[in-house]
Design a protein around this ligand. Structure first.
Ligand code: ADP
Ligand code: MG
Length: 690
């Protein structure tokens, strides 16, 4: 049955096929996996006398009086009774023929929602059918499914189609059950065809709300299967990469000891542990794919530097990719300062580079004289040819989204040999998501901050109290501290954002005559921005007004006050990042989240998460609960992580079991894995082909 098309079903022509396509249905199998969201019970009659408002019911009754009522809206009222009570049928849209058909004494069968009307119970626009005098009302044999649908495709049509598909299933068309029987039995799941039948046409008598819950065994089985398929798709991907070859980057001790000797601090235990994990991976002949997560300020850069040194020692090149120009720039400066004393050639590449400089950089990379390349996406453009690329480091991974990350996997592959890959994120991935979206990566966590960091105090303040905040800046700067004032995106346009920052800088300059105010934003020329950043770092500027360009990477330990304007507009992860710009020195730091009143309840609870916690893991978990996985992973637009019936938040309790079954299937039933993945993930998201 795998590839039978819907057009093979009777009555499915091009137009209908096109509408089904919009629901992601082109095969009969997909039709079977298009599951009802809700159900109605049309299997039994309810006596009018026992109707409850707010419920849906089928009644059979005799028509009494039908008449047009001219009220606020003209309507046709039809009074019916069945010996237990009276009910009004109300129609706002009706024709003459309909009116005439409601003749007194005729019998009628209705289905609709009951509500309390001005004169007793009524049904508005019920579905109905007139009955012959002694005709038995035909009731449904099973509960009625309500499907998710699209314009121009009615429920009746979808029901017919699903019935036809079920009949095919019955008629000997096989639908493979890829869950091995022992697994199914252990979990007490029904077989696939039974589950599908129970979901499309549940037996009468089952309580409707129980059917809609994901713990109804047939539904549970499919939810589980979908989560399993997603997880397995990533595991397959991971296996495909770990099976391929990579250069073994064995540390030679030529560079690392002298780097560590010069470093102005010693590594934390967590950093040492992660460095050791990376070092082992790099020395292997199969490509590393490791996610290094660590809260803002936990010191990921130096960890990346040590991995880079191991690759360079072994005679290979390293590419470091950052999501923004500014961050790439900062990394470049940082690595340059660390690596120049070791006589390592560093280069730098972004989209903005002038033609001549660009040509030179490309030459240095292809000839191999450039040992380290730092840049934005430009690092992976077609014409960038490495001579011996050994390691790719991707910083602030969450910005890239799952698809982009997977696409990056194929970069730098030459003659079947892949570079090692390390991705770093300051937004820890909650375990739930990690399992569903990052199961193709190994994970290391820097779970310790460098010594002496003080937790940041966070205040949520209405912008009606802006003046107090400005005074606070005056006091802090008078005491020799430095501060940031961040103006996030209000308008979609970057230009307007920069303008808003410029205006704020002007206002603050006027309000704070004693304070030296600087401004940085994305539209400034690089030398100007560099100059301002350098002045802030050197303490020649007290207050730095900025757009969110400073979100990642800026490092000025003397800054201890952070004001975020319009904080309610930003995501938790982003606010946590911004806040991480302070709290880097010895002094107690403060972050003020300024909001425009009135603040919605949801926005308030989001901001309160930040006040209550300095822990990136906890914040990420709450962010996930409040915003959902698509937003958190940055994949809402691309449609990745979209499940048909599973819901990663609702169903997270299943995940440990999913992981266990995935392991078993890979071990004992490896042949079932690819078709299972294709069934659930295949159509939309080609994880396996990236
Ligand atoms: P992030 O993990 O947010 O990228 P960085 O790598 O930018 O953090 O490090 C934040 C700051 O902490 C930098 O100034 C860095 O030099 C410093 N740092 C990193 N590791 C240590 C350490 N072990 N001891 C003291 N300071 C450290
Ligand atoms: Mg960083």
């Amino acid at each position: 049955m795998g590839n039978c098309l819907v057009t093979e079903l009777k009555g499915v022509g091009a137009r209908l096929a096109e509408r089904l396509e919009r629901l992601g249905i082109s095969s009969i199998q997909e039709l079977l996996f298009h599951l009802p969201q809700r159900y109605q019970d049309r299997t039994q009659l309810t006596a009018i006398g026992s109707l409850q408002p707010g419920t849906q019911a089928v009644i059979a009754a005799e028509i009494g009086l039908a008449q047009i009522r001219y009220g606020r809206r003209r309507s046709l009222l039809c009074l019916v009774s069945d010996g237990t009570g009276k009910l009004t049928l109300r129609f706002f849209h009706f024709g003459g023929a309909q009116q005439r058909a409601f003749a007194a004494g005729c019998r009628i069968l209705c289905f609709g929602e009951v509500r309390a009307g001005p004169a007793g119970m009524e049904m508005v626009h019920p579905e109905y059918q007139l009955l012959d005098t002694d005709e038995e009302p035909a009731l449904e044999q099973s509960l009625t499914p309500i499907y998710p649908t699209t314009e121009g495709l009615g429920q009746a049509r979808l029901r017919k189609l699903s019935l036809a598909a079920l009949e095919r299933l019955e008629g000997g068309c096989r639908l493979n059950d890829y869950l091995p029987a022992p697994v199914r039995e252990k979990l007490d799941f029904p077989p696939l065809d039974v589950a599908l039948r129970s979901l499309h046409r549940p037996s009468p008598g089952l309580p409707l709300n129980a059917l809609e819950q994901s713990d109804y065994p047939p539904r549970l089985r499919l939810v589980f299967e979908e989560l399993l398929a997603h997880h397995l798709s990533l595991r397959l991907l991971r296996r495909r990469f770990t099976d391929s070859l990579a250069p073994a980057l064995v540390a030679t001790g030529k560079l690392i000891p002298s780097f560590l000797g010069r470093l102005e601090f010693s590594l934390t235990n967590a950093q040492q542990r992660v460095v050791a994990e990376l070092s082992t991976d790099l020395a292997a002949e199969h490509p590393m794919h490791r996610l290094v997560q660590g809260d803002v300020g936990s010191g990921k850069t130096v960890v990346a530097a040590l991995a880079a040194l191991q690759a360079i020692e072994a005679g290979f090149q390293v590419a470091i990719m950052a999501p923004t120009e500014l961050l790439a720039e900062q990394h470049f400066n940082c690595f340059q300062a660390w690596f120049q004393p070791l006589a390592i050639e560093c280069s730098w590449l972004t989209g903005k580079l002038k033609a001549k400089a660009r040509r030179e950089t490309l030459k240095a990379i292809s000839s191999g004289t450039a040992q380290l390349l730092v840049g934005t996406h430009a690092v992976f453009q077609e014409e960038v040819k490495f001579s011996r690329l050994g390691l790719v480091v991707i910083d602030e991974q969450h910005r890239f989204g799952v698809h982009q990350r997977l696409a990056l996997r194929n970069k730098g592959v030459s003659e079947g040999v892949r570079p090692h890959q390390m991705v770093m994120t300051a937004t820890p991935i909650p375990r739930t998501l990690a399992m569903a979206a990052y199961a193709d990566l190994d994970t290391s966590t820097i779970d310790e901050l460098p010594p002496g960091r003080q937790p940041i105090e966070t205040a949520i303040v209405s912008d009606r109290r802006r003046d107090e905040v400005v005074e606070r800046i005056a006091r802090a700067c008078a005491a020799g501290q430095q501060a940031y004032w961040v103006c996030p995106l209000i308008d979609e346009s970057e230009l307007l954002q920069c303008r808003a920052a410029a205006e704020t800088a002007e206002t603050l300059t006027g309000a704070l005559p004693e304070v030296r105010v600087g401004l940085v934003h994305g539209r400034m020329k690089k030398p100007d921005r560099d100059r301002t950043m350098a002045a802030f770092k050197a303490g020649e500027i007290d207050l730095l007004v900025a757009t969110t360009v400073i979100e990642v990477g800026v490092d000025v330990p003397n800054a201890s006050l952070m004001i975020v304007d319009n904080a309610e507009r930003l995501g938790l992860a982003q606010l946590h990042q911004l806040r991480g710009r302070v709290g880097r020195g010895e002094r107690q730091s403060v972050c003020v989240l300024l909001y425009r009143s009135p603040l919605s309840a949801n926005a308030r609870s989001r901001l309160q998460v930040l006040r209550a916690s300095n822990d990136g893991f906890e914040i990420a978990q709450r962010d996930l609960e409040l915003r959902g996985p698509g937003e958190v992973l940055g994949t809402r637009q691309t449609g990745a992580m979209q499940f048909r019936i599973a819901d990663i938040m609702r169903d997270q309790a299943l995940l440990p079991q999913v992981e266990k079954v995935a392991e078993e299937m890979l071990q004992q039933w490896p042949d079932q894995v690819p078709p299972l993945v294709r069934r659930w993930v295949g159509g939309g998201v080609h994880y396996a082909d990236v």
